[in-house]
Design a protein around this ligand. Structure first.
Ligand code: ZN
Length: 152
């Protein structure tokens, strides 16, 4: 198998699994930070909630409606950044958003872990905004942006 096939297998498995049973789905009461995001092209609408311990993410969750790709991306995001410092989560989000913006980006499994599976979304360019939405919403929550984030 070449790299592309491995990535696509990982992508299908992860997206299917996370979209069927999203991790950390639901509202977080007494959230310290939250933000809303909307992808009008697809109709995805998510809210991301964070509870903090100092500058660390004690807990994170999301709720909303969306397609399988947006839900899976949000689910994987919450798993990836839970327990990390806000600044680390912010730079990871910037990495992922940057990768989606570059068609030739390398989705390195050693560095990104399961998140590398999201690179498979590049095979479906019209769905990249679905995958990016949760990460942009996370950035908005961290930077205390009150306006709803839009992928447009
Ligand atoms: Zn979508």
């Amino acid at each position: 198998m070449d790299d592309k096939h491995t990535l696509m297998d990982l992508y299908r498995r992860s997206v299917l699994q996370h979209s069927r049973t999203p991790h950390n789905f639901g509202r977080l009461d007494a959230a310290d930070l939250k933000a809303e995001g909307h992808n009008p092209l697809c109709g995805d609408k998510l809210t991301v909630y964070l509870r903090l311990d100092g500058n660390d993410i004690l807990d994170i969750s999301f709720e909303g409606v969306g397609c399988a790709i947006s839900l899976a991306s949000a689910s994987m995001m919450t798993e990836a950044v839970k327990g990390k410092a806000l600044s680390t989560a912010q730079s990871e989000a910037n990495d992922i958003i940057g990768n989606f913006a570059r068609p030739d980006a390398r989705w390195n499994g050693d560095r990104l872990g399961e998140l590398a599976a999201l690179g498979g979304v590049r095979e479906y360019p019209s769905r990249i905004k679905c995958a990016v939405l949760p990460w942009k919403t996370l950035c908005a929550a961290i930077s205390k942006t009150e306006q709803t984030v839009s992928t447009e």
